[in-house]
Write a protein that binds this ligand. Structure first.
Ligand SMILES: [Zn+2]
Length: 321
């Protein structure tokens, strides 16, 4: 089961952090109530890029969310944006059933997830910004369930015209709503470049979390990104066919030595039905809490785990004034 350090606040930083407000699917909550946060999973996701790996069964996704909760996390960010099978009403029901706080996403993924002619690719920047803002202010998909972050994505060392529009619209929606922006980085590439691009659009770098930055396990780069203010999304455990999880644990340890401790957040981004226990796959959403957090705790120490799982995501998720 989960490391005891998950449940026992011990960091000298804990308590010194100002309490913010995060927008969960069941309403706005003080960030002090979020507890340990898994910064990146998916309860529902349907994409042509992940054919055969659809997450589309409410009962099974709810069981999987329960496994995540039992592994020690009390909050997760659902990173499925518009047009990919997101189900606002079902996410809210799962949150009620499991007791897991969920922060849902508006925004759009990288272009490859949307086939030619997909409605979202037809929207101009202003229409995208209006849609993102309405999801955050009023509710998603005709419900009153509101999004608490804006998802964006880019390609491998590339930003398409659509992805550029989404980033600009995300910046506009962020400036109006104050919720953070998540950027999907393909293989961890173009991290500093996209942080700089968003900064030019008026987004403070400390409102940006870089998903999959650990696919490029370069602790010096990570320290540079952290120094720029951006949050580092470590979510590649049990994902690489090339290197073991120890590479990511060692990378986190070195990045922390280099000053990135207040910027790392962790998630599983398991994201595929063939890897969800409830759908008949493995290793499941509990892998992070059960298998990785104890190892991270041994490598980094309890105070660092408290930062990574509690204090850092609380700061990230706080709605900016
Ligand atoms: Zn994801």
């Amino acid at each position: 089961m989960a490391s005891p350090s998950l449940r026992s606040p011990s960091s000298p930083h804990w308590g010194a952090e100002p309490v913010g407000i995060a927008r969960t699917v069941l309403g706005d909550r003080p960030t002090s109530e979020l507890g340990a946060v898994n910064y990146h999973e998916h309860l529902f996701q349907v994409s042509p890029v992940l054919a055969g790996d659809e997450l589309d069964d409410e009962r099974l996704s709810s069981i999987e969310a329960g496994l995540l909760r039992a592994s020690g996390f009390s909050t997760m960010i659902d990173a499925t944006p518009l047009g990919l099978g997101r189900r606002a009403d079902a996410i809210a029901r799962i949150s009620i059933e499991t007791g897991l706080h969920v922060i849902a996403s508006t925004g759009a993924h990288r272009e490859a997830h949307y086939p030619d002619g997909h409605w979202i690719r037809e929207l101009d920047e202003n229409s995208l910004a209006a849609l993102f803002t309405a999801d955050i202010d009023s509710g998603m998909d005709g419900t009153e369930v509101r999004a608490g972050q804006i998802k964006t994505g880019i390609g491998y060392w590339s930003i398409s015209m659509f992805e550029r529009r989404v980033l600009a619209a995300a910046a506009t929606a962020h400036r109006s709503t104050g919720v953070p922006i998540m950027v999907h980085l393909e293989h961890g590439s173009a991290a500093l470049e996209v942080v700089n691009l968003l900064a030019a659009d008026g987004v403070s770098s400390d409102a940006v979390v870089l998903a999959h930055v650990d696919r490029n396990p370069d602790p010096v780069l990570h320290a540079e990104l952290a120094a720029a203010g951006a949050y580092l999304g470590y979510d590649g455990f049990a994902r690489s066919k090339i290197y073991p999880d120890s590479v990511l644990i060692d990378c986190a340890a070195r990045a922390i030595e280099l000053g990135a401790g207040e910027r790392i957040v962790i998630g599983g981004d398991v994201a595929r039905r063939t890897r969800y226990i409830a759908y008949g796959g493995m290793p499941g959403l509990q892998y992070l809490g059960d298998r990785i957090l104890p190892r991270l705790g041994a490598a980094l120490g309890g105070p660092a785990i408290q930062l990574i799982t509690v204090a850092n995501p609380a700061r990230l998720l706080s709605i900016r004034a």
